[in-house]
Design a protein around this ligand. Structure first.
Ligand SMILES: *[C@@H]1O[C@H](CO)[C@@H](O)[C@H](O)[C@H]1NC(C)=O
Ligand SMILES: *[C@@H]1O[C@H](CO)[C@@H](O)[C@H](O)[C@H]1NC(C)=O
Ligand SMILES: *[C@@H]1O[C@H](CO)[C@@H](O)[C@H](O)[C@H]1NC(C)=O
Ligand SMILES: *[C@@H]1O[C@H](CO)[C@@H](O)[C@H](O)[C@H]1NC(C)=O
Ligand SMILES: *[C@@H]1O[C@H](CO)[C@@H](O)[C@H](O)[C@H]1NC(C)=O
Ligand SMILES: *[C@@H]1O[C@H](CO)[C@@H](O)[C@H](O)[C@H]1NC(C)=O
Ligand SMILES: *[C@@H]1O[C@H](CO)[C@@H](O)[C@H](O)[C@H]1NC(C)=O
Ligand SMILES: *[C@@H]1O[C@H](CO)[C@@H](O)[C@H](O)[C@H]1NC(C)=O
Ligand SMILES: *[C@@H]1O[C@H](CO)[C@@H](O)[C@H](O)[C@H]1NC(C)=O
Length: 892
């Protein structure tokens, strides 16, 4: 995105003759990096002009290569941009800083491409701040590919990452990076970070101000409109206010050239929907006589934001908007109109405008970040993905980690660390015990020495510890042994009685392996024989389809389930038919009818409510679907997939026992029948996000990935908190990653939700679920029936398209919502739904894209709701922005 101030900024990066200042030390907290400064050049050095100390960036980043702009450009640009660091490897490369949590920082980046690679092609890439998107850098049109950006950002943790992200084919690069802590009580906003757009001070000179003219090294651009007149004083201001304005901004101001006219300032934003914060700085520069007054009303976009404002002599006051605002079609207008009492025209000293950058995603749990970084340092791990936040955004998850990501506002935690075959040497790092939420730890196939530390037993969520193939010494500590009884699985070489932690006893292995192999071959043969026998018998005795013996391995109480043992973690999951009858009190309370059977309410030992689906015996495909569902649900775990408490597989009695979902399903609430409550628009969006997350997990989160094949509103269940979970996996099919699609012989699914392309071609892919999800979204928005032959357009997609063409959103929306929604988020959701339900699968978004878009809808809906509430409580936005109310702490 190009800044209209681009040219001015180039001038700032360009050399200018400023007297060299000799100073002892930079202000506290200033970090000034000359990126790509080679080690053989002097670092740090005092930069001419500012007198600030710049040093090489090599202590803050491990990746990237060093480049240098064309020699002839060096006289045009400042020294700190002569060299640069570029990133041919990895998708995300990050600088990391230790900062003070809760302090406001100005973060400034400069780019001068200067044809360093001889390609003459200005690159395009993204910048992220921690796990959140900052902006897309497009140097395409910039002279020499040069520009500057800054952002005011308050880190939520003591770490701050600034990341360059590859978006296409071009190679990201950076020339300089600066961090400046700002005063605590300035630039306080209610949401997001502040991306620099306008920072003008009034003057007729051409000089930019940075450090030392500005104590915080903000970049101030000179500005004077031709319809204005400059007024100033030569006195020194003793007070530069809480924003610590540059001297000259306090002592110089503009009034309208024609004293009876208002002072008008206009600005144009890069995108019409950008939300902004503005900061207007005022300070009287004339000594007023007894008969003189300067008083004016301040209007922003035609609305009064402060009445009868009087600037104070040489004491800056700042007026800003506490909540982000937009400007109609991106045109923002400030008007200062003198009041009737006033004898003098209005004045303005400086103006700042920032674009809001939403930063919803929390950084990973700080303790986990610290620990995993220490582990990285201890073992000297150099993995290209191990940069920036370990867990988020999800596409940049560090290799070998698995994290628990609940929602954007909860810091993610690390639950699995896989350092197998990583060439680790030395002892097991002490730091590992600080990964409090760790469930799986794999240190296998390394050269670790020393003892197995007892403190690993302190990891209270640990369920799997793989130590095999190392050179460890001694035995497994008792504390860990005790944990084994509570479900911790420890994998090491040797057997329980004689653990072989070191490589020394490996030699015995071949013999052992031989014995095991021979023994298992014999067992497998016996089992296959038994299975063949039992299956034959089963075929003869019932109509239920026989199962292929799949990956069956020996098991006590062999039963013809065909469910591979590996997937069944504990036997607790398996219940007998009599237990099922007991928990459902002999099928006393039916809850409804699912695919292939009736669902009953049940109670597990008075501890847990469950929903029990008794697979109907008349259903010919029942057993296959039953098997598919058990296999799937035992294998996958996700908060947005209904979880399996257990199952019953006793010849003619098949049952699935799920967690109980007290709020039934989405369809139930949309229909409003049986006293179901009406779901608000934001709840609906949340349900949509939840179910999209569930599907995304099936498509890309689990291996092999799956297609649900029967996404519909009755298969989206709601728990007591209205968290949505996908259910009914009976038709799901898994397929290996890489195989794009999959031809299935039987078309399955529910009419109305069925992907027309799948129906035509029989090719099964994730995109079929996206289609069905689009239909569900349309139901959520419109609450129309999916197919209704009494309607002019019977299918819901046709009906919506037809209504959309008429352009009346209120008639598309579910009337039960009573118009209580923000039309912007509705439009986005509608557009998304129609995109998902596109007849051509190639045009549909992926579930991950759907998740991102829906989350943004939800955030914007919640934000609007909050603002509306704030508005209601303060009677009007104008009131809340008025200068004199207590709610306006910004004016000083
Ligand atoms: C700002 O606040 C933080 C913590 O709230 C404190 O550590 C820091 O010293 C403060 N900085 C200034 C300049 O007052
Ligand atoms: C600033 O302080 C000095 C000495 O205290 C005083 O002479 C001067 O008038 C003050 N300036 C203003 C603008 O108040
Ligand atoms: C100043 O503005 C007033 C009101 O708009 C107008 O009547 C007057 O002619 C203007 N004076 C000059 C010198 O332009
Ligand atoms: C001066 O201000 C007017 C009104 O805001 C605007 O239309 C005009 O473009 C400005 N001129 C300059 C040179 O900024
Ligand atoms: C204010 O009073 C001074 C004399 O004290 C006079 O010269 C000036 O014209 C008056 N200004 C106005 C606006 O009345
Ligand atoms: C163990 O690591 C080595 C390299 O470090 C690798 O070649 C080998 O395949 C790994 N073995 C297993 C079982 O992962
Ligand atoms: C683990 O965390 C504690 C408390 O946060 C800290 O004192 C200790 O140094 C950490 N240990 C390691 C090895 O990182
Ligand atoms: C443990 O590590 C070994 C060697 O890397 C590997 O072959 C084995 O599959 C691992 N076991 C588990 C349960 O992860
Ligand atoms: C194993 O540990 C014992 C004592 O704990 C020590 O004497 C021995 O040298 C160690 N062996 C190796 C190979 O580290």
């Amino acid at each position: 995105m190009e800044s209209p101030h681009g040219l001015l900024l180039v001038a700032l990066i360009a050399t200018s003759a400023i007297i060299h200042l000799v100073r002892a030390q930079d202000p506290e907290g200033f970090i000034s990096l000359d990126c790509g400064l080679p080690p053989n050049e002097v670092s740090p050095y005092i930069h001419p002009g500012s007198g600030l100390t710049y040093s090489s960036d090599s202590a803050f980043i491990q990746s990237g290569k060093i480049g240098r702009i064309e020699k002839k450009l060096e006289e045009t640009y400042k020294k700190m941009v002569w060299t640069l660091r570029y990133f041919p490897d990895g998708k995300r490369n990050c600088y990391s800083f230790n900062v003070k949590q809760g302090t406001n920082y100005l973060i400034r980046v400069r780019f001068v491409y200067g044809n360093y690679d001889g390609d003459n092609n200005n690159p395009i890439f993204d910048l992220h701040i921690g796990p959140n998107f900052w902006l897309s850098m497009d140097l395409g049109d910039m002279k020499d590919g040069s520009t500057l950006e800054d952002i005011i950002h308050t880190p939520r943790s003591n770490f701050l990452d600034v990341c360059l992200v590859k978006t296409g084919t071009s190679t990201p690069f950076i020339s300089s990076l600066e961090l400046r802590p700002l005063p605590n009580n300035s630039y306080i906003t209610t949401s997001g970070s502040l991306r620099f757009w306008t920072r003008y001070y009034i003057t007729d000179s051409k000089a930019f101000i940075t450090y030392p003219g500005d104590a915080y090294d903000r970049l101030w651009i000179p500005y004077l409109n031709s319809t204005w007149k400059k007024i100033s004083t030569t006195l020194k201001a003793n007070n530069t206010g809480s924003f610590n304005l540059p001297q000259v901004a306090v002592t110089t101001a503009a009034t309208p050239a024609n004293a009876s006219e208002p002072l008008i300032y206009t600005d144009f934003l890069p995108f019409p929907n950008d939300k902004i914060f503005f900061f207007l700085h005022f300070s009287e520069v004339q000594v007023l006589g007894a008969n003189e007054t300067r008083e004016f009303d301040i209007f922003w976009n035609g609305k009064v934001i402060s009445e009868s404002f009087r600037p104070i002599y040489m004491q800056p006051k700042t007026v800003y908007n506490p909540y982000p605002v937009t400007c109609e079609e991106g045109k923002c207008v400030l008007e200062l109109k003198k009041t009737r009492r006033s004898t003098l025209p209005p004045l303005l000293n400086a103006i700042e405008i920032y674009i809001v950058v939403d930063t919803p995603q929390s950084e990973t749990n700080e303790n986990d970040v610290l620990t995993v970084r220490n582990i990285k340092a201890t073992y000297g791990l150099n993995r290209i993905t191990w940069q920036g936040d370990p867990c988020v955004p999800k596409q940049f998850l560090w290799d070998g980690l698995i994290c628990n990501i609940v929602d954007t506002s909860t810091p993610p935690t690390i639950t699995s660390l896989n350092l197998a075959s990583s060439g680790l040497t030395g002892t097991i790092a002490d730091g590992i015990q600080n990964l409090t939420y760790l469930e799986k730890l794999d240190l296998s196939n390394n050269s670790l020495t020393g003892v197995v530390p007892e403190y690993l037993a302190n990891l209270k969520f640990l369920t799997l510890l793989n130590l095999s193939n190392n050179n460890l010494n001694g035995s497994i500590p008792q504390a860990l042994r005790d944990r084994e009884k509570k479900g911790l699985k420890i994998i090491f070489d040797g057997d329980d009685k004689k653990p072989c932690l070191s490589g020394s006893c490996k030699k015995k292995f071949p013999v052992l392996i031989l014995i095991v192999v021979v023994a298992s071959v014999i067992v497998v043969i016996i089992v296959v024989l038994v299975l063949v026998f039992v299956i034959k018998k089963r075929n003869a005795s019932s109509n239920v389809e026989a199962l292929p013996p799949s990956s069956t391995t020996p098991r006590e109480n062999v039963t013809p389930t065909g469910i591979s043992d590996s997937s069944i973690k504990t036997k607790k999951k398996r219940f007998s038919y009599s237990e099922v009858m007991e928990m459902t009190k002999n099928l006393q309370r039916p809850l409804g009818e699912g695919g292939f059977g009736v669902v009953y309410h049940g109670d597990l030992n008075g501890l847990q409510q469950v929903a029990v689906k008794i697979i109907s015996q008349s259903s010919a495909q029942g057993y296959k679907e039953f098997k598919a569902e058990v296999e799937l649900l035992l294998r996958v775990h996700h908060i947005n997939l209904v979880s399996l408490v257990g199952y019953c597989d006793e010849r003619d009695h098949l049952a699935l026992i799920y967690e109980y979902m007290s709020n039934v399903d989405l369809k139930h609430h949309l229909s409003g029948k049986h006293g179901a409550s009406v779901l608000s628009w934001s709840t609906r969006l949340r349900i949509a996000v939840d179910s999209a997350l569930g599907l995304e997990y099936l498509h890309i989160g689990c291996r092999p990935s799956m297609v649900h094949r029967d996404v519909k509103s009755t298969n989206i269940l709601l728990d007591e908190k209205f968290t949505a979970k996908i259910a009914d996996f009976g038709l799901s099919r898994s397929f290996q990653l890489g195989e794009e699609s999959h031809v299935s012989t039987v078309i399955a699914g529910t009419p109305g939700y069925l992907d027309p392309e799948y129906y035509r071609t029989g090719r099964l892919a994730e995109m079929s679920d996206v289609y069905s999800f689009g239909i569900v979204l349309l139901e959520i928005i419109t609450n129309q029936r999916v197919t209704d032959h009494t309607r002019e357009k019977s299918h819901i997609t046709e009906w919506t398209a037809f209504m959309l063409n008429r352009g009346d959103i209120t008639r598309i929306m579910d009337p039960k919502l009573n118009g209580e929604y923000n039309s912007r988020s509705v439009w986005r959701a509608l557009e998304l739904a129609m995109l998902c339900a596109n007849p051509s699968s190639g045009k549909r978004p992926s579930m991950s894209q759907v998740v991102v878009e829906l989350k943004e809808c939800l955030i914007s809906e919640n934000l609007m709701k909050r603002q509306n509430q704030d508005m209601d409580s303060q009677s009007s936005l104008e009131m809340s922005m008025s200068f004199d109310t207590k709610d306006f702490p910004s004016a000083r």
